[in-house]
Design a binder for this molecule. Structure first.
Ligand SMILES: C[S@@+](CC[C@H](N)C(=O)[O-])C[C@H]1O[C@@H](n2cnc3c(N)ncnc32)[C@H](O)[C@@H]1O
Length: 214
């Protein structure tokens, strides 16, 4: 039996956080209700877009993928539904990973901090996916060096980055610095929320950033 918390968490709480510890505290409270009170109620479809884009472009559906900031596993659900067979989850929140684990999707779950050196060997993954983690108060472009280190040559990256912070948080500059290590770089602007989302959210977009490790 899970130990559910009834604490009400809102999207506004998520956008108000500023530090890694704020993230840990927020998602500890949100884990058990995130799928219903946020993803379904807000028609949050970014995870599905990331999974669809990844599955569409990957050449080997059995190759290992790491979903970073995996949360409760919404991207991974989309990957597995589309035939991707080997998915690992990485997240700082043990509570979010506990909920993800209940879905039975993963080869491995890894608890860790994307802003630090990752306890993952070089060239471990053929794919890296992410939704909702490169956003206000969460994770910035400093994580990209480690993500490139753990990718194999040719690894496919499909990362949603909140459009409003792409320039201001330094993602554009960081990708320019990484130009020699990546290829086939592309950005597609996508809505984060679907048609039944709250009206004020319908214009929120994500810069879906796609590239391969050279
Ligand atoms: C908005 S949720 C997104 C979850 C899932 N990808 C989705 O789209 O539903 C953001 C996730 O990023 C994780 N996160 C935030 N900061 C992190 C960090 N420094 N290292 C690893 N994970 C982090 C949170 O714990 C949370 O699960």
């Amino acid at each position: 039996m899970t130990n559910k918390t009834s604490t009400k968490v809102t999207l506004e709480d998520a956008y108000a956080i500023e530090t890694t510890q704020d993230c840990v505290d927020l998602y500890a409270k949100w884990a058990d209700t995130y799928d219903e009170s946020f993803a379904r109620e807000y028609d949050y479809h970014a995870p599905d877009i990331i999974a669809d884009t990844y599955a569409d472009r990957c050449s080997d559906k059995t190759a290992p993928v790491l979903d970073i900031g995996a949360g409760t596993g919404l991207v991974s659900e989309g990957l597995v539904t589309r035939g991707i067979t080997t998915v690992d989850a990485f997240d700082i929140s043990t509570e979010m990973l506990r909920v993800a684990n209940q879905k039975g999707l993963y080869r491995r779950l890894i608890q860790g901090d994307l802003t630090k050196t990752l306890d993952i060997p070089d060239a471990s993954y053929d794919g890296i996916t992410s939704a909702g983690t490169f956003t206000h108060g969460h994770v910035g472009p400093e994580a990209l060096d480690e993500l490139i280190r753990i990718g194999r040559p040719g690894a496919l990256y499909v990362l949603s980055i909140r459009s409003t912070i792409f320039e201001s948080a330094g993602f554009r500059d960081k990708f320019a610095q990484l130009a020699a290590q990546i290829r086939e770089f592309e950005i597609i602007e996508k809505s984060l929320y679907g048609k039944s989302a709250r009206p004020d959210l319908r214009s929120s977009t994500s810069s879906v950033t796609i590239f391969r490790k050279s």
